[in-house]
Ligand binder design. Sequence first.
Ligand SMILES: Nc1ncnc2c1ncn2[C@@H]1O[C@H](COP(=O)(O)OP(=O)(O)OP(=O)(O)O)[C@@H](O)[C@H]1O
Ligand SMILES: [Mg+2]
Length: 353
Amino acid sequence: MPAPSPSGAFREVRLHVVTGKGGTGKTTVAAALALALAAGGRRVLLCEVEGRQGLAQLFDVPQLAYAEHQIARPSGGGELWAQAVEPKAALLEYLDLFYHLGRAGKVLERIGAIDFATTVAPGLRDVLLTGKVYEATRRRDRGAPHYDAVVLDAPPTGRIGHFLNVNEEVVGLAKVGPIRNQAGSIMSLLRSAQTAVHLVTVLEEMPVQETQDAAAELHRIGLPVGAVVVNMVREPLLSPAALAAAAKGRLSVTKVVAGLTAAGLSGHGAGRGAGRGAGTVGASAARSALRPLAEALIAEGMDHAERVRLEEDQRAVLASLQRPLVELPALAEGVDLGALYLLAERLGEQGMS
Ligand SMILES: Nc1ncnc2c1ncn2[C@@H]1O[C@H](COP(=O)(O)OP(=O)(O)OP(=O)(O)O)[C@@H](O)[C@H]1O
Ligand SMILES: [Mg+2]
């Protein structure tokens, strides 16, 4: 069964979580999605939580701070803001907010208690990071949401389940009180139709396997899987008929030689004889000289056909997840700011914004 189309599927979503196997393009896709969402005149916050400064590199701006600041103004009056959420700063803010520990928090920091808490207890780190993202998503100004959408460049698939579900553990630990309430509210948002966890992958076996595993895990813990974003898709270089022939080893050396000759290749300068007779002999010598090149090209064509076939298999596996599938091209020049806008446009065209 083909995967459903994403058109408009995420219109209600306020928190877009972007995960995927390491290196598949989470940061790139999160940034492109945030741009796509902002393009229609919306105010969008893009958050990173891994302390990697990947977004600053991508947008070619100085290091992102904990404080939110605007990094792009997409067309149509949109605003893109960004923030590097950092557990230490989040803890200080949290202590201040809940316990009014403004100055006392600074003392805790000076004696190393904040470092201790955020590094020794990795669970606490995730509680703080998700808490901050929750706060930004729910923030309101005069009754209206401050941000129309928040996009999170999230931890990779291997850690996403624990990262997003950490507040469930807090609910279990804190039986009553503000911490339990806060954790409960975070889980309610994450489980609601206002959240979508998008899975980024490339068409290779390992990342596709991780995508399947992550979808199953998210499903099991009751978190909504959004789209499957197939990144770095390469168009087949041959027509479907040529691919089928190549896969069966049926590409003809004679035809490839004829094609090379027609393209003006003469094979090591052979075929440049003088006179009519010499011309005929020369042409046949040129064709023989082109044979090794034609054979090498056919071998490459077979490898290419095999790769395309394997990619089709992976695409079928992804389609079986029954989530909207969107595709982004592999950009030969890499991803600069201009490329990011192009990827954003592709996401928009496929109904992601
Ligand atoms: N569509 C694309 N076309 C070409 N290059 C791409 C594309 N998407 C991502 N890349 C490149 O692939 C590399 C990995 O991308 P990115 O940093 O977004 O992945 P990631 O999943 O966030 O990685 P990490 O796990 O390290 O955080 C980068 O060099 C990026 O520029
Ligand atoms: Mg990244």
